[in-house]
Design a protein around this ligand. Structure first.
Ligand code: 4NP
Length: 161
């Protein structure tokens, strides 16, 4: 079982989008039983708020039926996770500051799985939620390719129809 947590600043746009996308991808590939998937915020500014409406709308347009309430990341979350996938350099610095550098090995930038090795920019500021969705989708797919390749024997493949 692999525990994956997606992390952004508010946990109302990028990281819930990534949680929704990754959960669907692991279902489609028949490996959902091998994962525990969550998302969290580095800040508490949106604590308990639902997914931001434009992000929710973008998910719905792409066929996702996903609900979530924002929660701030804790030290226990990081201790219990195998992979903490942050969206940008600021998230990375914030997670290390919140947890200590002892956990740096498991903190990864999601956009590093894209050919461009990039931040997933915050749509709260860019207002381009469709671009965020495309980047999150491509990066989650690439991360899943990587982890299934790296740890191939560890996966329980569900029966596919
Ligand atoms: P997220 O976007 O980190 O992708 O969830 C943001 C949400 C809220 C704020 C900033 C970014 N905010 O400043 O409240």
């Amino acid at each position: 079982m692999f525990s994956v947590i997606f992390v952004c600043l508010g946990n109302i746009c990028r990281s819930p989008m990534a949680e929704a996308v990754f959960k669907q991808l692991i279902e489609e590939r028949g490996v959902a039983q091998s994962f525990k998937v969550n998302s969290r915020a580095t800040s508490d500014c949106e604590e308990d708020n639902p997914v931001y409406p434009p992000a929710q709308r973008t998910l719905r347009e792409h066929g996702y039926n996903f609900t979530h309430r924002a929660r701030q990341l804790t030290l226990a979350d990081v201790k219990n996770a195998d992979y903490v996938l942050v969206m940008d350099g600021m998230n990375y610095e914030d997670v290390l500051r919140m947890t200590g550098s002892g956990y740096a090995d498991k903190v990864l930038r999601l956009g590093d799985y894209l050919p461009e090795k990039q931040d997933i920019d915050d749509p709260w500021y860019t207002r381009d939620f469709e671009r965020t969705y495309r980047e999150v989708y491509a990066a989650c797919n690439a991360f899943l390719d990587w982890i299934t390749g790296e740890h191939g024997n560890a996966f329980q493949y569900d029966k596919l129809n």
